[in-house]
Design a protein around this ligand. Structure first.
Ligand code: ZN
Length: 464
């Protein structure tokens, strides 16, 4: 039993870290036994629905977040963020019939940020590439055609490897005169459901209609193209509306001894529009709110201030995170650590750290209570989080709970990102592990040394 193991560990192997091991036991036991984060997640997805920036669902999520923190007796505020507003419309496409084969509908969905097609859609020949370098090599063949970005994503780690085909591929194809782009879904499983995500079109550049197609349809296109020319028809009714005002939700548990030192704990409130975003990032939001609840209930407040931030617009602009970093200016120098939860609802596996020399050794002392949860190891990965990237120039140390993401990209950014895919037991362990790490950051006598400054280009990114 994990509980007996936890008790044995916390009583016999109290780490020399100035932290009370009974607090670890209390926080973790309550998170796991009550399954409070799962209850919050259920409430969030059912009460708000899909939460794309600028949508009514996002507005409901902002109100929900404020309400949750206020119900805990915490000070909560809405910090304004100007967000892009993109709306999906009709979307359909097909492979046109040819001698010896029928026309076949394509399972597709527009990529966020895509413009629509002219009424009636477009029709053109397809050219397949598997990398941005190959696209550049093919140069002129893209002109007047639909560029099809194919790849071989098979495991979660491939998301980083192939992600630029979706985020940058359409804009690169536009530069070469392509009429539209089709991108194979970034997915580790498919029941013919396309996975959306942001396509970035730099301001002032040309933008073209861009859609994700299901893995099965990408395979079909690839087979047909091996035999000869293929033409497709594509119609997208999506459009970009004027920017609108939305909000980051910010709440604080003021520190009892060093209130000026801030531990930032974040997740993003927005989701894609195809589903309720139970894992991306409803799960992260629920972990953060549950941590606030458990920490607020402690008889003695942590030494430092814990600032809970529910960011808006991570998915298609990162405006919430950028606005937070800009608006908080000098205040960001007083952030002694940051954690973001944006990796689904899988079980906890370990802890990653981004700090200066000696930082990992400090975090290592906090690991024994995580051993019974299966997460008592230091990961070699560098800790991160898309919403934390604008804080990198201020060299804020980052700690990340590494979670099992082996099945996350089966449903990520698709219509299947719904509550039923969440395992309440695994998720509750993640909630417990998260709450303990947040407490340790806020209570430990030592602060983590700041990491070296990143190269200037590293402080960007969107849509994890
Ligand atoms: Zn996310």
């Amino acid at each position: 039993m994990w509980l007996a193991a936890l008790r044995a560990l916390t009583l016999t192997a109290a780490p020399d870290d100035g932290l009370d091991p009974s607090v670890a036991q209390k926080l973790i036991t309550e998170a796991v036994d009550s399954r409070g984060a799962y209850a919050l997640l259920t409430q969030l997805v059912d009460a708000t629905g899909p939460r794309l920036s600028g949508s009514p669902g996002a507005d409901r999520a902002v109100a929900w977040g404020v309400e949750q923190f206020q119900a805990l007796g915490l000070e909560a505020r809405k910090e304004p963020v100007l967000v892009p507003v993109w709306v999906r419309g009709v979307e359909r496409g097909e492979v046109l019939g040819a001698p010896g084969r029928p026309a076949t509908p394509l399972a597709l969905t527009a990529l966020g940020g895509s413009p629509g097609t002219p009424p009636g859609g477009i029709e053109a020949e397809v050219v397949e590439v598997s990398s941005l370098a190959e696209l550049r090599d093919r140069g002129a063949t893209a002109k007047g055609r639909v560029v099809f970005f194919n790849h071989s994503m098979a495991v979660a780690a491939d998301y980083k490897r192939f992600g630029e085909l979706r985020s940058k591929g359409p804009a690169e194809a536009a530069k070469l005169g392509a009429l539209a782009a089709l991108v194979r879904s970034l997915a580790t499983a498919s029941l013919r459901s396309p996975h959306t995500g942001a396509a970035q079109f730099p301001a002032g550049g040309r933008s073209i209609p861009a859609a994700a197609i299901s893995v099965e349809d990408a395979e079909l296109l690839h087979r047909l193209l091996a035999k000869g020319p293929v033409r497709v028809h594509l119609e997208l009714g999506c459009k970009i509306l004027p920017d609108a005002t939305s909000f980051d939700v910010v709440a604080e548990l003021r520190g009892r001894e060093r209130p000026e030192e801030v531990v930032l704990v974040g997740a993003h409130l927005d989701s894609w529009d195809l589903a309720t975003g139970a894992q991306d990032d409803g799960a992260g939001v629920a972990v953060v709110v549950e941590a606030a609840k458990l920490l607020a209930k402690l008889p003695v407040r942590p030494r430092r201030t814990v600032r809970f931030v529910l960011f808006m617009n991570e998915e298609n602009g990162l405006r919430g995170a950028k606005t937070y970093a800009a608006d908080h200016g000098a205040d960001v120098d007083r952030h002694v650590a940051a954690m973001e939860f944006d990796a689904g609802a899988g079980k906890p596996l370990g802890v990653a750290v981004k700090a200066g020399p000696g930082g990992a050794a400090i975090v290592e002392r906090w690991l024994p209570p995580l051993v019974p949860l299966g997460a008592g190891v230091l990961s070699g990965e560098e800790a991160g989080g898309a919403d934390l990237t604008p804080l990198a120039p201020a060299r804020v140390p980052v700690v990340q709970l590494i979670q099992d993401s082996s099945r996350y990209f089966d449903i990520h950014h698709s219509a299947a990102d719904t509550l039923d895919k969440v395992d309440p037991e695994a998720f509750s362990k993640t909630s417990g592990a998260a709450t303990w790490l947040i407490y340790a950051l806020a209570e430990s006598p030592e602060v983590l040394p700041r990491p070296p400054a990143p190269p200037p280009a590293a402080a960007s990114g969107t849509g994890q």
